[in-house]
Design a protein around this ligand. Structure first.
Ligand SMILES: [Zn+2]
Length: 302
């Protein structure tokens, strides 16, 4: 990491002195946060190459992994789902904490949120999901949390009874929130399902306060360019460019189509949308239960 990048990172991560006290979480001493920030695709490959040696020591038949759950602030045995097709474990979507029930990427994203956004308990936080355990965790912690699901054809901004709970309906490409409504926006594995993702980035920027921070987790292409998996033509028809990929969806049985595997070029798209400092985050840690190649994007509004 070059000197210039270190300076950028320092300003990006500049903390008010007492934020750890404000989040009231007890962290183990000697277990540093595992996040590596970069704008360089070669650095991403170097980072994960260094992790492979450790990964190879963990057999695909592993069912329990002892580690520290950031969300629960305690040591647990993370539960590993059996390997899927090809005998490969999808580490990102498993390693369930038996206490908070959160999988690897959710625990990692909440850890990153508190590390990067340094939220105060009275911060206004927007989460682009509501029917998930991650919402339950944040709602119990941040009383000014706002969250939503996409529930067409209901009126945007309205509350819709869904799965027996009231859920706010929002389209991330045309949010009904006022400008400067939030200190943080969290969007976990949603953007790849939004054909016009650039509109969503502009909306996230609009609803954030000056200096507000965004955390995005998405599938990563592991290259400079975003891989477009499918696109929508002028008539609204979907054209598949590669084998269609559907992700699990709490609102439908058939799943939801993934349009993109994002690349490093998303950092530039974030800047075009009004974000000043944009970085890719790589993280891997057996101690925290973050096995596999975990990626997120962080950005700070100008
Ligand atoms: Zn936990």
């Amino acid at each position: 990491m070059g000197i210039n990048r270190q300076f950028r990172l320092r300003s990006l991560l500049s903390a008010s002195a007492d934020w750890w006290h404000r989040i009231t979480r007890t962290l183990p001493s000697g277990l540093p946060a595992p996040f590596f920030f970069t704008q360089d695709i070669n650095a991403v490959h170097e980072y994960f190459s260094a992790c492979y040696a450790d990964m190879h020591s963990i057999p695909e038949s592993t069912r329990l992994l002892n580690g520290h759950c950031y969300v629960c602030s305690t040591v647990v045995d993370f539960q590993v789902a059996p390997a899927g097709d090809g005998g490969v474990v999808n580490w990102r979507e498993t390693l369930v904490c038996p206490r908070c029930q959160l999988i690897n990427r959710w625990r990692g994203c909440l850890h990153l949120f508190e590390y990067f956004c340094e939220p105060g308990l009275q911060d206004r936080v927007y989460l682009t999901e509501m029917l998930s355990p991650v919402y339950q965790q944040l709602a119990g912690r941040f009383p000014r949390l706002s969250a939503s699901e996409f529930l067409p054809p209901n009126e945007l901004g309205s509350t819709v009874q869904t799965h027996a709970v009231p859920v706010r309906n929002e389209d991330v490409t045309q949010l009904t929130y006022h400008d400067c409504s939030f200190e943080s926006v969290l969007c976990f594995d949603v953007l790849e399902h939004v054909a016009d993702y650039r509109a969503a980035l502009r909306e996230f920027s609009r609803v954030l306060c000056s200096g507000g921070r965004l955390i995005l987790s998405v599938p990563f292409s592991f290259r400079q360019e975003t891989r477009i998996r499918a696109e929508v033509d002028g008539a609204g028809n979907i054209k598949h460019l590669v084998e269609p990929c559907y992700h699990g969806d709490p609102l439908s049985d058939e799943g939801v189509l993934s349009y993109y595997d994002f690349g490093m070029d998303l950092l530039h798209e974030l800047q075009s949308a009004g974000f000043e400092e944009t970085l890719l985050v790589c993280y891997y840690s057996g101690n925290w239960g973050y096995l596999g190649e975990n990626i997120a994007y962080v950005a700070r509004k100008s």
